[in-house]
Ligand binder design. Sequence first.
Ligand code: HEC
Ligand code: HEC
Length: 385
Amino acid sequence: MKTTTWTHLVVLAALGASALAAEPALPPPPLGLPPVPVPADNPQTPEKIALGKKLFEDKRFSSTGKIACANCHVTEKAFTDGPLKTSKGINDLTGTRNAPTVVNAAYFTAQFWDGRSPSLEDQALHPFVNPVEMGLKDHQPILALVRTDPEYQPAFEQVFGKKGDAITMKEVTQAIASFERTQIAGNSPFDRFYFSGEEKALNAAQQRGLALFIGKGRCVSCHVIEQTTALFTDHRFHNVGIGITEIQADAPALATEFLKTRATLAEVDVKVLSDKRTSELGRLVVTRTFDDIGSFKTPTLRNAALTAPYMHDGSLKTLREVMVHYNNGGVTKKGAKVNDFLSGGILPLELTDKELDDLVAFMDALTSPELAKAGKAGKKGEVKP
Ligand code: HEC
Ligand code: HEC
């Protein structure tokens, strides 16, 4: 991916690259996070970000006029829609998957649980026309609105220098992606402890949890922590035993059937969110490789304490349930048979109850202060689900 980072901009600006001199400064990333990758053809500007926010919150871009992106990615819920297991779109239709947070999604090398979309710009095309999300038949109603609306018209002209038919979904999705790139949150107690050496930032249970996360729990092998930053993801896909158990016996037949169709990615987007069994095939729908059955993207764990329920299907209600699932070696019920496609990295951990509590305590240490505050304001004091 061709990207420009803040560091590059600083260097180029210092070299006196005049084309970039007008570029507004991206704020430096918060403690614990790297610079936000920004595609070279979609630089951040304050006006574009503001336009993107407006588009993100506009309910008129749905067939019922009631659903915006922001309905499922709610600011006060760390940009998710908890406590819903799977999201609700137009007419209360439910999809198959749990809404991941948009916060820090800018760092992912692929979007969606199965990584079927390569960028934030591409991702933003799909919810508008997914029948269980915003339900439009095509993107025309959006273009009709932004080309004529008295507020959008001047905004698109100012940001992109375009008006009328010259405005396309490219500009719409670029603005949305620019807004999403500002939803960055680090500076958690973990970051202060680990990267700034603030020893008191974590309590004793959280410190023990961190040691387990890196050591006996082997969580860090997938939820990666680097030398100066931590995204808590390896940008890869693994089968950790969620959802797949329900289609286990039929999985090979379902996969074979899926592979017979030559679906486009737009068609795949519709199918995975409306058909639970296809959804459980996971990454296979993108790579068309049997090894990827039931594999999903390693999510970031930042702010997970604010985003219950968990996993791609929202099937685990609490962080404690997640820890039990891992402790059992990739099955929610202790002693149940693991699925045939389980990642080699998932094995029974034999952690004690107290150690599981410590891991949960460590997850709490990954909450960014500004999101905890927004949640408090939104939920009258109840931050934790
Ligand atoms: C009906 C609820 C709903 C609406 C409306 C919705 N989303 Fe989502 N969003 C989801 C769900 C569910 C997923 C996960 C789908 C999947 O992985 O297959 C998701 C995934 C994403 C992701 C990927 C994050 C990641 O970690 O991979 C981004 C980014 C995103 N949505 C942004 C948007 C934008 C932008 C809009 C509006 C254009 C939007 N969403 C509208 C529910 C919704
Ligand atoms: C083999 C790689 C791997 C290992 C090891 C691993 N995880 Fe995960 N983790 C994942 C993947 C992949 C998912 C999403 C799975 C899904 O939804 O099907 C996930 C999901 C999660 C979630 C849910 C996040 C959300 O937003 O829904 C939490 C919490 C979590 N892991 C914590 C841990 C902890 C704690 C450990 C160590 C005990 C651990 N993980 C070990 C890959 C891994």
